[in-house]
Design a protein around this ligand. Structure first.
Ligand code: CA
Length: 267
């Protein structure tokens, strides 16, 4: 049966690769339907959307992820990528930064707006400044092309682990001045208005807010929020702090020079 499902899904994915077949049958929902059936049957491999306009890279990434047991859906431009994510509600998105139509930054913003989902961004060399913006708009991790498919799979697994090990929600919302953090709903309100944070921004804020005023080193934040213990990726922390400041106000997170960050405790 597993083999049948695999074949069924592969056919569905080919539908994604060849839009004309979708045009002939606009109600073709074989891909998401196959995944929904799998879920009902208790086959719950994570579903990954790959949004990448370079066909060769898209196919290689999809093939490798499938070989590793993931379900994969493909889109080749930004608008299709957003529509795909709304339709299939993936567990993770692999998103190319440079896409025709809508670029990866805008796609990242839009797919995170209604439902936070981990995003692994793909960039080419020389796109560093865009990349930092990407991390600020809600990508959780990035890889620079060319990359090895093996490393991609490792990053995907690490990101999914981070989502899985997010702690069981404690009951009570936390209030700090005009800021309210509701861990059960993973919601943040500022002066009563909901603020949309990415999964990583939420985790970072929740950790800092757990001990207002306490200074956390970048290494400590990387270990506790990202699960990275080798001390690399400190600019990733800085980017996400920038994201929090942009959304919640520049005074919220204080930089402690040479040490790290602290959440300002309200007076
Ligand atoms: Ca591209």
């Amino acid at each position: 049966m597993a083999r049948d499902l695999h074949t069924q899904r592969r056919r569905a994915d080919q539908g994604e690769l060849h839009p004309p077949s979708l045009a002939q049958n606009p109600h073709n929902i074989a891909g998401p339907l196959a995944h929904a059936l799998d879920t009902l049957r208790g086959v719950t491999e994570p579903l990954i959307c790959v949004i990448e306009d370079e066909e060769v890279i898209a196919r290689a990434v999809a093939a490798r992820l499938r070989a590793e047991g993931f379900a994969v859906e493909l889109a080749h431009d930004g608008h299709d990528g957003i529509a795909l994510c709304e339709r299939v509600r993936p567990d993770l998105v692999v998103l190319d930064l440079m896409l025709p139509g809508l670029d990866g930054l805008e796609v990242c913003r839009r797919i995170q707006r209604d439902r936070p989902v981990p995003v692994l961004m793909l960039t080419a060399r020389g796109e560093e400044s865009d990349l930092l913006v990407g991390l600020a708009v809600g990508a959780d991790d990035y890889m620079t092309k060319p990359f090895s498919p093996r490393e991609l799979v490792a990053r995907v697994r690490a990101l999914l682990r981070r989502v899985e090990r997010r702690p069981a929600p404690p009951g009570d919302a936390l209030r700090l001045g005009g800021l309210e953090i509701d861990p059960a709903a993973r919601l943040v309100r500022l002066e009563g208005e909901i603020v949309h944070l990415t999964p990583t921004e939420f985790d970072l804020l929740a950790l800092l807010a757990g001990r207002p005023g306490a200074v956390f080193s970048r290494e400590q934040l990387l270990a506790d929020v990202w699960g990275w213990r080798d001390g690399s990726g400190q600019r990733t922390v800085d980017s996400h702090v920038r994201g929090l400041r942009r959304k919640l106000g520049s005074d919220l997170v204080r930089t402690v020079h040479g040490v790290g960050y602290a959440l300002e405790s309200p007076a």
